[in-house]
Design a protein around this ligand. Structure first.
Ligand code: ADE
Ligand code: ZN
Length: 335
């Protein structure tokens, strides 16, 4: 199974680039930039990654970002991700980034985008990975600040494919961000949103109906609403699920309890991603391997999930067709 998983061309569509900051790099960047950390060692950092819910993770995730200051830092961060993604057989990635978590610390928007973009160009040449950027709005901050962030992004729209919505979900409904999403879509950006991770199925509906999103990030709680689930199937809405993240953040108790397989059986277009792999104990390959094991996925089901990941990308039809043909070839050889 591991060989098949690695060999399948895959897309990763739910990974926060800031969530790929490994403790080792955190210390390297802290030293390089003269930033003080409250931890004495990598082991101490890892020991602090014991989360009880989404917020307990977000607090330490935003804290860790303090070491990211220069274009080079953002470049090095993304480069390290692409290196790992390459070993897992990722051929296309759509990376979330949280500009407000940086501009709020006086790091200019262009520093972030230029650093990430440089790594994206290199990844294509070095690893044959294509990548796009998804600008996420922090939903715990006011919608006016999201709009100001979108306006800051306007000069860089050739480097940004889509907008997303992340951070503390409960109490921060998609409905609060209708205006900024309408503006983003008018500017030609695609749209996704985190919904149904900790928030209710109603937030998934709002993301679809009010924000016009093309994918739902997580969507785990959609299952609580049968009519919504039926709609996701009918409309072919992809759910970018992150099983190891859901265990670490206590969205589910154990990986064996995850609803990914039930949703797959029901006809939902589910895919497997890593979310914040430096914090949750595994990159995309590990997410596939552990999920396949815990839910007893067949080889055909794993191929279907990889196929879903490619079909759900923002790539054009020709690029999708090329990768899908490769999947057929690998499946014929290894299934
Ligand atoms: N930001 C980074 N990871 C996140 C997650 N899993 N949910 C919401 N916001 C996030
Ligand atoms: Zn996420």
């Amino acid at each position: 199974m591991e060989e098949l998983i690695r060999a399948l061309p895959k897309a990763e569509l739910h990974v926060h680039v800031e969530g790929t900051l490994e403790p080792e790099m955190m210390f390297d960047l802290a030293a390089r930039n003269g930033v003080a950390l409250r931890f004495a060692s990598v082991e101490e950092v890892r020991a602090a990654y014991a989360f009880t819910d989404l917020q307990s993770f977000l607090d330490i995730y935003y804290e860790g970002m303090a070491v990211l200051l220069t274009e080079r830092d953002f470049h090095d961060l993304a480069r390290a991700y692409f290196q790992r993604a390459h070993t897992d057989g990722v051929r296309h990635a759509e990376l979330f980034f949280d500009p407000q978590a940086h501009t709020g610390r006086a790091v200019p928007f262009e520093t972030v985008v230029n650093g990430l973009h440089a790594a994206i160009e290199e990844a294509r040449a070095e690893f044959g990975i294509s990548a796009l950027l998804i600008l996420c709005f922090l939903r715990h901050l006011p919608a006016e600040q999201a709009m100001a962030t979108l306006e800051e992004a306007l000069p860089f729209l050739d480097r940004i494919a889509a907008v997303g919505l992340d951070s503390s979900e409960a109490g921060h409904p998609p409905a609060d961000f209708v205006e900024v999403y309408a503006r983003a879509r008018a500017e030609g950006l695609r749209a996704v949103a985190h919904a149904g991770e900790e928030g209710p199925p109603e937030y998934v509906r709002q993301a679809l109906d009010l924000l016009g999103v093309e994918r739902i990030d997580h969507g785990v709680r959609s299952e609580e609403d049968p009519a919504l689930l039926e709609r996701l199937v009918r409309e072919g809405v992809p759910l970018t699920m992150c099983p190891l993240s859901n265990v670490k953040l206590r969205v589910v108790d154990r990986l064996e309890d995850h609803n990914l397989k039930r949703l797959l059986d029901a006809g939902v277009r589910v895919l497997i991603n890593s979310d914040d792999p430096a914090y949750f104990g595994g990159y995309i390959g590990q997410n596939y391997v552990e999920t396949a094991e815990a839910l007893a996925l067949t080889r055909d089901e794993v191929v279907t999930i990889a196929r879903n990941s490619l079909e759900a990308t923002f790539l054009d039809d020709a690029a999708k067709a090329e990768l899908l043909a490769e999947i057929d070839e690998v499946a014929a050889r290894l299934v």
